[in-house]
Design a binder for this molecule. Structure first.
Ligand code: FAD
Ligand code: MLT
Ligand code: ZN
Length: 471
């Protein structure tokens, strides 16, 4: 076998619909959504069952071929893009797209890894339940991907991250063994919680082929507010007011800067500012209740009344209809796409204790402006759980490549502030290829050492998504 040859056993196993080798056809799987990385691979494998995934892993292990698991390929950190070194294949879970079971009494759903998040949400809704994980990429991201990155998104403040929504997993281990841990128990203390090891592992410890997920009661009342606020402290004050008035009603609490909203209005057709005047700071509040008679409008008016009186809220609109609620959410959801259209941007997916979000935004914005004059801070995101996307847009007129050449300086500058505020350099997108070189500084010592020993115990040949997560 030459260095570029694929084991013939893969073609026999997968057939023409399960094995893609034409360079033009595999190209989309070799680049990431942000356009930061371009990899190479011998092929894209598309197994259709757990047994086929296991057989692929065994064949690749025997041939020393690395495997890059891929779901929707929406990673923000290059996690699903092959490295371009050595021999590797992309293993797409796209054909593993069955919902195996949905039980509205147990409130559980067992879905294969390639089920698209939106499809899982819709299946839960069709059964009168809710699968609450929600993010901008939900029309493309998959169950395997959201678990492997421990995705957060908009509803973490109420329902937790992907990890909290998972009860059991089925995983193909790097040696090709299948571990069926699809238990649907709320209590199950039986030694090490192995399932949690694979959540957030970004495909470096094995391939998730299915998961049993928690479902919730479906909200029967919903309201969405969009407000301009005085400053970052006022945004936090309004969050506290809602929490004090009715913590259980908050489904999402998002912060947006004036510039971020300007970009959404400028670049995304149909997105408009629903307030009379532009401001420098905005919030979106999503309220939901499982009680059909919950007075969410009354709750909103009560909190807004007090916040307007104190000068925290400058102006506000309450959705009032499904169409208007969707339009408000679009302003927020289109932030990543609008920033992409505006030019080059450097993302800093960071978290701090909620109380320190205003200080994070102010200090990191000032530090980056001092580092690169003219750089445009576009902080936004999940204020209610302390996760801000402290993104920086290139200065007007600067060549995108010159700005991107400073990416690591910018990330270091933001991270210095984050460290000072007891935060994390990686909140919800993961480490992927982008942040491996930060692991030593942030997680070095006993923690990184233990991670490396787990990796070499499960994947001694280092064939599972090499070059990701660990330095
Ligand atoms: P991929 O991108 O295909 O893979 C991600 C990682 O998981 C890779 O390391 C890959 O190797 C691994 N992987 C994938 N499937 C498996 C599997 N079955 N077994 C083992 N490993 C696997 N993320 C958030 O957390 N919150 C947000 O609000 C959010 N908003 C986004 C908005 C936009 C517009 C975009 C483009 C992305 C956003 N993301 C967000 C990032 C991204 O959507 C998430 O990281 C998502 O979880 C990735 O899912 P995926 O199926 O696309 O995974
Ligand atoms: C989001 O919440 O929209 C994404 O996670 C953030 C980003 O694009 O930086
Ligand atoms: Zn986010």
């Amino acid at each position: 076998m030459t260095d570029t040859a694929l084991p013939a056993a893969l073609a026999t196993l997968l057939g023409p619909s399960g094995l893609i080798t034409d360079p033009a056809d595999i190209a989309p799987a070799l680049a990431d959504w942000r356009g930061l990385y371009q990899g190479t691979a011998l092929a894209v494998l598309r197994p259709a069952s757990t047994e086929e995934v296991a057989a692929c892993v065994r064949i690749c292990a025997a041939a020393g071929i690395a495997i890059v698991p891929q779901g929707g390929n929406t990673s923000m950190v290059g996690g699903a893009t092959p490295e371009g070194q050595g021999r590797s294949v992309v293993l797409s879970l796209a054909r593993m797209n069955r919902i195996r079971d949905l039980d509205p009494v147990d409130m559980t759903m067992t879905a294969e890894a390639g089920v698209v998040l939106k499809t899982a949400q819709d299946a839960a809704a069709d059964s009168g339940c809710l699968f609450p994980l929600s993010l901008g990429a939900e029309g493309t991201a998959t169950i395997g991907g959201v678990l492997s990155t421990n995705a957060g998104g908009n509803t973490t403040v109420r329902y937790g991250n992907a990890r909290e929504l998972m009860l059991g997993l089925e995983v193909v281990l790097p040696d090709g063994q299948v571990w069926n841990g699809l238990r649907r128990l709320r209590k199950d203390n039986t030694g090490y919680a192995l399932r949690h090891l694979f959540v957030g592992a970004e495909g470096t410890l094995g391939i998730v082929t299915a998961a049993t997920l928690r479902l919730f009661a479906r909200p029967r009342a919903n309201e969405v507010l969009f407000c301009s606020v005085r400053d970052e402290d006022a945004a936090l004050a309004v969050f506290r007011r809602f929490r004090e008035a009715d913590e259980t009603a908050i489904r999402a609490f998002e912060y947006m800067s004036g510039l971020g909203v300007d970009f959404a209005v400028k670049h995304i057709p149909g997105v408009t500012l629903p307030l009379a005047e532009r401001a420098d700071h905005y919030i979106l509040v999503d309220l939901a209740s499982t009680r059909a008679d919950a007075d969410l409008q009354g709750l909103a008016e009560q909190v807004l009344g007090a916040a307007l009186e104190e000068g925290e809220v400058l102006d506000a609109v309450i959705g009032g209809s499904e169409a208007k609620r969707t339009a408000i959410w679009r302003i927020r959801e289109e932030h990543p796409e609008a920033q992409r259209k505006e030019g080059a941007s450097v993302k800093n997916d960071v978290s701090v204790p909620v109380s320190k979000v205003p200080e994070l935004i102010r200090r990191a914005s000032a530090a980056c402006a001092a580092l690169i004059p003219g750089t445009r801070p576009v902080p936004f995101g999940h204020m209610g759980d302390g996760n801000i996307h402290m993104n920086l847009e290139q200065p007007v007129g600067m060549a995108p490549e010159d700005f991107l050449a400073r990416s690591h300086d910018i990330m270091d500058t933001v991270n210095e502030v984050v460290r000072d505020l007891d935060g994390s350099f990686s909140a919800e997108h993961g480490i992927g290829r982008l942040k491996t070189d930060m692991m030593e500084a942030w997680r070095g010592g006993a923690e990184l050492d233990a991670m490396k020993r787990i990796k070499s115990a499960l994947d001694p040949a280092g064939l599972m998504n090499p070059g990701k997560v660990l330095p």
